[in-house]
Each structure stands twice: as structure tokens, then as C-alpha cells.
Design a binder for this molecule. Structure first.
Ligand code: ADP
Ligand code: 5GP
Length: 202
């Protein structure tokens, strides 16, 4: 018997390796579908509209907010980001696990509005490793790197509100830990429909 669908929130300080890990989890677990956020940030080299993000103008983002199209939203390092409501509701109704790669403000909103969601905080092995990864990615200006690093203390302080802590020392370890969380959360009685005669006859 398959459990009902649910939202899986993954947050981490920028540069920890969240996108890398999420991609591997999506490849390994067929029940997982990625939630694609809307953002006013400009695309990085190689990012594809509709796949990595829906890249929108500030006006379009404001309209989405006004029309209730976003299940949560936040401003992060000077840009707006938000999760499309329709996708999450459809995924859950379909029995899928919707994976949301969102920041700590977004996770707090999901926790309030979606009590059946599972939240995971991914931590880098050290602050030095985090800074090194952020620089090695070569996608951000010095100013953007500084803005992202300045947020780290408040992000680490919010880790205590999450359900699970996963260390990204090595990608394989972090991916394995997240797959274990998915497996255990899928066994929760509260996610099953056990009314009536539920045991299969054959
Ligand atoms: P985030 O999505 O959290 O901002 P990324 O997935 O873009 O982070 O990863 C940031 C950089 O760190 C990338 O260059 C990625 O290849 C690298 N990286 C990710 N995980 C690890 C790891 N466990 N060890 C070393 N480098 C990593
Ligand atoms: P980046 O610009 O590096 O892609 O993302 C910056 C931060 O915004 C990351 O912490 C990422 O998880 C977060 N983020 C991406 N999409 C959303 C979203 O829809 N909502 C919220 N709250 N945060 C998001």
C-alpha cells in the first residue's frame, strides 16, 4: 500500500549543495517530483526557464502573490522566490512527494499551512567548506556571495525547527539519508487510508 502524497521541504545555507542533492534524490526515487519555483532572480548560465525556475518580472511575481497562486514566498538576498500552489496540490492529490528546495522563511510558512509536510535541514560540514563551495560554483558576484554568507548565522539558528538534520559531507551520504527519511515517512499510519477492509485479498 502506498502512502498519501506529501510535501518534502529541503533547506540549507546557499552553497551547501542542496540543488546537487535534490537532483540525485529525484533520480533515485520515482515518487518524487520537483516543485519549480517562480523567481525574480536573473537566470544563471545553464539555467532553463520552466525547469530550474520560472523566471518572472517583479510585476508578474506581485500578480501571482495577489491572485493566491503562491503557497509561500520570500525575499532572499534581494530577489523574490515563491512556490506555485497548483503544482503542490496536484502532486499531493496524485500520491506524489513534492520536493521543495526553499529557504527558511518559506519552510516556516509551509510548516504553518501544511502540517503533513516533512522538513529537512541540510548542513555543510563546516563554514569554510560552505564558503569554498559557494566560490567554486562561480555563479555569484563577490557582493552576492557576501550577502549569502551574511545570512548563514540566522539560517543555522532556524535548523532547530526542522524535522530532520542531514549533513552534506559527501553527496552520496546526504542523498542516502534523505532517501531513508522518505522511506520512514512513507510508513506513517497517518499517511495511509486504513478505513474498512484494507488488507489485500490476494
Ligand atoms: P545550493 O543549491 O545549496 O546553493 P549547489 O548544489 O549549487 O548548492 O552546490 C554548490 C557547489 O558545491 C557546487 O559547485 C557543487 O558541485 C558543490 N558540492 C555540492 N555538494 C558537495 C559535496 N558534498 N562536496 C563537495 N562539493 C559539493
Ligand atoms: P538560488 O538563488 O541560489 O537559486 O536560491 C536562493 C535561495 O532561495 C535558496 O535558499 C533556495 O532554497 C531559496 N528558494 C528557491 N525557491 C524558493 C521558493 O519558492 N520559496 C522560498 N521561500 N525560497 C526559495
Amino acid at each position: 500500500m502506498q502512502s498519501r502524497g506529501f510535501a518534502l521541504v529541503i533547506s540549507a545555507p546557499s552553497g551547501t549543495g542542496k540543488s546537487t542533492i535534490t537532483k540525485a534524490v529525484l533520480e533515485a526515487e520515482s515518487r518524487c517530483v520537483q516543485s519549480v519555483s517562480a523567481t525574480t532572480r536573473k537566470p544563471r548560465a545553464g539555467e532553463v526557464d520552466g525547469k530550474d525556475y520560472f523566471f518572472v518580472s517583479v510585476d508578474e511575481f506581485e500578480r501571482k502573490k495577489r491572485d493566491g497562486e503562491l503557497i509561500e514566498w520570500a525575499e532572499f538576498a534581494g530577489n523574490f522566490y515563491g512556490t506555485p500552489r497548483a503544482f503542490i496540490e496536484k502532486a499531493k492529490a496524485h500520491g506524489d512527494i513534492a520536493v521543495l528546495d526553499i529557504d527558511i522563511q518559506g519552510a516556516a510558512q509551509i510548516r504553518r499551512t501544511m502540517p503533513d509536510a516533512v522538513t529537512i535541514f541540510v548542513a555543510p560540514p563546516s563554514l569554510a567548506a560552505l564558503e569554498q563551495r559557494l566560490r567554486a560554483r562561480k555563479t555569484e558576484t563577490e557582493e552576492a556571495i557576501a550577502r549569502r554568507l551574511a545570512r548563514v548565522p540566522s539560517e543555522l539558528a532556524a535548523a532547530k525547527y526542522y524535522d530532520y538534520l542531514v549533513w552534506n559531507d559527501r553527496v552520496e551520504n546526504a542523498v542516502q539519508a534523505i532517501l531513508e527519511v522518505i522511506r520512514v515517512e512513507s510508513l506513517r499510519i497517518s499517511r495511509m487510508d486504513l478505513e474498512g477492509d484494507w488488507l489485500p485479498k490476494v
